[in-house]
Design a protein around this ligand. Structure first.
Ligand SMILES: Cc1cc2nc3c(=O)[nH]c(=O)nc-3n(C[C@H](O)[C@H](O)[C@H](O)COP(=O)(O)OP(=O)(O)OC[C@H]3O[C@@H](n4cnc5c(N)ncnc54)[C@H](O)[C@@H]3O)c2cc1C
Length: 335
């Protein structure tokens, strides 16, 4: 197995940060995993798995091992009355896979179209968009457990999924090898979310593929393309508040968008909170709030990890001062 040294990660992270990995390994065969585990144990070094780099804020030098997941393959396993079960290796591009599901009439993932990154990262933060979360379509996750040195299958309930969260965010002992998706045989389209409903209202008898195209078109209008301007999508989670707090806020800010979560709690739009402070388009040095979407921070030139964190802290402080709400950062800050 080849270990590369001082390897540049600039083209492997969508924020476009200049970052060197002290050691870099391309994982393209499951048989490498035991050797990787031995190297990591023997040297007691930092490590992380890098997929598409679309949810990480990298340091100028990562003093440890970066394991770049390049495991590929898509395999239909079986079906029951309601679902097809499809095993997908972690390195597959997520949006390519979503396109493949629709070509095969496997339904459920259409609202998650055009989210950058790899399949293996989707369970990590339980990706979600337009009223759908990936957790509802994951049967199990195959991992290599670096602690017990073996392959394991983690069931959906063991993944402990919640809003942008899972067990994989609480430990880095697991390298995701593949994900088994359970995809609907009969499409059940989720169309109620904001702009999507408006967009689809113009199409009669729309299909899952129309829904995918609508999502793609909305995302292309609203979100910056990382190939053109560095970003990691939403930079902050939508805060989850008790409903009585939401009611108090709504009295002060009637236009604040609210998304009910359960009987007692709702999510409120972090983007709206930032936008309402007049920060859309605000720029300081190399970092700024995207002019078309206040939830997205962008790298205008040669931003560094520190610059981004300082900018994000400033936004968090302003939001707290105005609304007494603490915003949490969504991407993973690698140290
Ligand atoms: C323009 C844009 C739009 C976005 N829109 C959305 C959105 O709508 N919804 C949403 O939820 N997210 C969104 N994101 C965030 C991001 O695309 C997702 O979180 C995506 O799943 C990250 O995939 P990745 O392969 O790039 O992960 P990376 O950034 O490479 O890694 C993210 C984390 O997962 C870990 N990881 C990655 N692969 C593995 C593996 N195989 N095993 C173990 N750990 C692993 C990494 O160590 C890291 O902690 C957006 C990002 C961008 C740039």
């Amino acid at each position: 197995m080849h270990i590369l040294h001082n390897y540049s990660l600039k083209s492997l992270n969508t924020f476009g940060l200049d970052s060197l990995a002290k050691q870099f390994i391309i994982l393209n065969n499951v048989s490498q995993l035991e050797t990787i585990a031995t190297i990591l144990h023997n040297n007691n070094l930092n490590y992380f798995v890098l997929g598409g780099g679309s949810n990480v804020i990298l340091p100028p030098l990562y003093n440890g091992y970066v394991i770049h997941n390049c495991l590929y393959g898509i395999e239909m396993l079986n079906q029951d009355d309601n679902f097809y079960y499809v095993n997908v290796r972690a390195g597959e591009n997520w949006d390519n896979f979503v396109a493949i599901t629709l070509n095969n009439k496997w339904y459920g993932l259409e609202n998650l179209s055009l989210i950058p990154g790899t399949v293996g990262a989707t369970p990590i933060q339980n990706i979600g968009a337009y009223g759908v979360e990936v957790k509802d379509f994951i049967a199990s996750v195959e991992v290599f457990d670096l602690q017990d040195n073996c392959i394991k299958h983690i069931s959906n309930s063991e993944c402990q999924f919640s809003y942008r969260h899972s067990i994989f965010k609480t430990t880095n002992r697991f390298i995701v090898i593949s994900v088994v998706f359970k995809l609907l045989i009969q499409a059940k389209l989720v169309t109620s979310y904001g702009d999507l409903a408006t967009k689809l209202a113009t199409i009669t008898n729309f299909t899952a593929s129309d829904l995918r195209q609508a999502v793609i078109s909305i995302r292309q209008q609203k979100l910056p393309d990382p190939k053109i301007i560095g970003n990691v999508g939403s930079f902050f989670h939508n805060p989850i508040l008790e409903n009585f707090q939401v009611m108090q806020l709504k009295q002060l800010y009637p236009n604040l968008p609210v998304y009910p979560l359960d009987n007692n709690r709702s999510k409120v739009s972090a983007g709206w909170l930032i936008d309402n402070l007049g920060l859309k388009g605000f720029k300081l040095g190399n970092v700024g709030v995207y002019a078309k979407q206040a939830l997205v921070l962008v790298n205008y030139a040669a931003a560094t990890q520190n610059e981004i964190i300082n900018f994000a802290t400033m936004i968090q402080d302003k939001v707290y001062q105005q609304y007494q709400i603490q915003l949490n950062i969504e991407p993973i800050i690698m140290r």
